[in-house]
Each structure stands twice: as structure tokens, then as C-alpha cells.
Design a protein around this ligand. Sequence first.
Ligand SMILES: [Cu+2]
Length: 178
Amino acid sequence: MIRAPILFVALAVAMGATACGGESGDDGATTVAIDHTGGPQIVIEDPWSRSTPVVEGGTGIAYMTFSNQGDTADRLVAVKTPMAAAVELHIDEVDANGVMHMRMVDGGVIDILPGETVRLEPAGLHIMLIDLVEPLVEGTSYPLTLKFEIVGEVTLDVPVAYEQPESGSVDPIVVPET
Ligand SMILES: [Cu+2]
């Protein structure tokens, strides 16, 4: 709820700039009819992919962290990139024999509840890039478009590295922006 006053100010300025919408009361204060509190706000941090062998049609994996600083749940429903023919949301799980398997997440979506942080990391949740158009080369980056049910689409630049980059080496992305 801390961001509510900031949103209010931003809105008032925007409406003033278009010279409409805002209504001045007797005390001169601008009132805004729209309530922008209550939605989700997704913060995306530390995206990266491990570099892949130079083979045709291989697979790649993208990791990152999502947190929801808003008041409402949202969910990651789809991912796409020009780098791969298909993208799936996967989770690694250890079976009764101690063998690691990966499978698609239940429902094909990743829920991000208010106040919750969801980490996509090795041996856990991940974004699977299937049938790569070209290998993921260390030191490069590629565009990845995430589609959330409520806050919509956002495209980020995913760095490719051999080891997981230090946290915070990429600026966080906030959707919607405040
Ligand atoms: Cu996978």
C-alpha cells in the first residue's frame, strides 16, 4: 500500500497535462475517480541463461526471479522468443529412485501471489527453450517475452553466461511501472 500515494500523484500530473479529467474542488485539490490500487505488480530480477553447446535444434533454459509487490495474484501464462521454436514452463523433480526429471508445470502456468517471490533456478522451476534456432553463446543476450495474465506482456533481454551472474547485475523490470 506504500505505492498508492505515488500512483495518485503520477495520475494527477498526467491528467493535468492533458487538461481534462481531473476536477478541481472548492479547495483546489484535484480528485481522481480511478482507483489504481489493488492490482498485481510484478518485479522481474536476475534473468539469465546458461550457454549451450553449439548444436542445431538444442534446448536452452532461462532462469529469473519474480516477485509480486501488488495486492492481487497474477500468473505467468506464456513465454516466447525468436531464439526457439517453442517455450514451456518446466519444473525439475526427483522421483522415488532419486532420478531428476523435468515436466511441465501444473496447468502450464506459474502463479505469483501477492507478497510472494518465485525463483526460477537450476533444479527447480525454469523456462525451457525448445528447438533453439541458434545456440546460446556466452556473453550475448536475447529477447524473451513474458505474458502475465493481468499485467500483460513484457520483453526482457536475457544475458547468456556460463555461470549464474551475480544478483543485481541486471536492472529489475517492474510491470506495471510506477
Ligand atoms: Cu525443462
